[in-house]
Design a protein around this ligand. Structure first.
Ligand SMILES: NC(=O)c1ccc[n+]([C@@H]2O[C@H](COP(=O)([O-])OP(=O)(O)OC[C@H]3O[C@@H](n4cnc5c(N)ncnc54)[C@H](OP(=O)(O)O)[C@@H]3O)[C@@H](O)[C@H]2O)c1
Length: 338
């Protein structure tokens, strides 16, 4: 069946997945029999467009690249109407993350799932705050709610647990879930202060003007909550997860760790203890011999502790246009293959 794809949000990730789908259209058809049209896009900045037979994506990428509004296939349907009334079979929810309320993404996801349309998303809001509810709604309507891109972008962590590691009991998942803070800790080892490093991270675009979500550990806490609920069925709320960021780490702390053959990392972890699941985010001194200690810069990494394989560590990008766009492709392919 030819999938009819809709995108809500045509920012970095929306354009990333559009470029990938354009570039790989023939390859995806030949290799996987995956055929699709992108038929709808809803975006605050560029407008809402709909063509049941397929949009002019090259033109839209050109216009968005110049920060111009869309001019072709404009529709008067608002986003919720478009979600429900278009011929879209799978919606990609790619608007901003709101880890307090879930933001408009919650309404988008609910509208799509309840009208029998699959949802794939890299938006942590609905996934971290409402995963069990959204999954139940998807099941009720016979569709999928897939969220690979919400943790470590396209680096396959949710799919790793669900696919290749299926059959293992996973007792612990711990690692580096926030690239910005890992970059900052890596740079502080070179002798710079927290404030100096934060300024460089902001200049490089790693940290936002308000860096709170990264440096206080809230972004990592959202991801930990997702892992706890999706991999370990923990049924926990984001506010149940104790969270400490890196703002109190000083150059003296960095030296202290170095002298002991260790390195500071902001570690998000989820661990089964008896019938409980304990989750947390906090800076930890990791032994230099551990695979996570060697992960420097804006890279993400997670170690899965399993009964049959011992520790399995995966290292890869945690952000980026194509890297996160790829997470959307993997979920689209998973729907196609199912
Ligand atoms: N970029 C990454 O590397 C990355 C990695 C992992 C996960 N994510 C997650 O993926 C999602 C998309 O990220 P992004 O980097 O593509 O964000 P982005 O560049 O800010 O793009 C979001 C787009 O959605 C539009 N938008 C906002 N609210 C909307 C609404 N209610 N209806 C329709 N459009 C709306 C925005 O328009 P305005 O600009 O006018 O608001 C913007 O064009 C976020 O939830 C993010 O946390 C991103």
């Amino acid at each position: 069946m030819k999938q009819k794809i809709g995108l809500i949000g045509f920012g970095t990730v929306g354009r990333g997945i559009s470029e990938i789908l354009l570039d790989k259209k023939e390859y995806l058809k030949e290799k996987y029999g995956f055929e699709f049209d992108i038929v709808a896009v809803a975006d605050f900045a560029y407008g809402n467009v709909y063509n049941p037979d397929g949009l002019d994506i090259p033109l839209m990428l050109e216009q968005a690249g110049k920060k111009e509004k869309f001019t072709k296939d404009l529709t008067n349907l608002n986003t919720i109407q478009l979600i429900k009334d278009s011929n879209v079979t799978v919606w990609c929810e790619l608007t901003f993350t709101d880890l307090n309320t879930g933001g408009p993404a919650v309404d988008h996801v609910k509208a799509a799932l309840s009208s029998g349309k699959h949802v794939v998303t890299s938006n942590k809001g609905p996934a971290a705050l409402l995963y069990p509810e959204m999954k139940a709604l998807a099941d009720e309507n016979g569709v999928k709610f897939l969220i690979e891109g919400t943790v470590c972008a396209g680096t396959p962590v949710i799919n790793l647990a669900d696919g290749p590691l299926a059959g293992c009991t996973i007792s612990k998942i711990a690692g580096i879930l926030n690239g910005t803070t890992n970059y900052m800790l890596s740079e502080m080892e070179k002798g710079m202060s927290y404030d100096e490093v934060l300024k460089i991270a902001q200049d490089l675009g790693y940290a936002e003007a308000d860096p709170t979500g990264d440096v206080e550990g809230y972004d990592a806490r959202g991801k930990v909550t997702i892992l706890a609920n999706i991999v370990m069925d923990a049924g926990i709320k984001i506010t149940d997860v104790p969270c400490q960021g890196i703002t109190n780490i000083t150059p003296d702390d960095i030296d202290f760790a170095k002298k002991q053959g260790k390195r500071w990392k902001l570690i998000g972890s989820v661990e089964k203890k008896g019938d409980k699941v304990i989750a947390s985010v906090a800076p930890e001194m990791v032994d230099i011999s551990h695979p996570l200690a060697g992960v420097m810069g804006a890279t993400n990494a997670l170690t899965f502790t399993t009964d049959l394989l011992g520790d399995v560590t995966i290292v890869g990008p945690g952000a980026g246009k194509i890297e996160t766009g790829f997470s959307i492709l993997t979920d689209l392919l998973a729907i196609h293959r199912s």
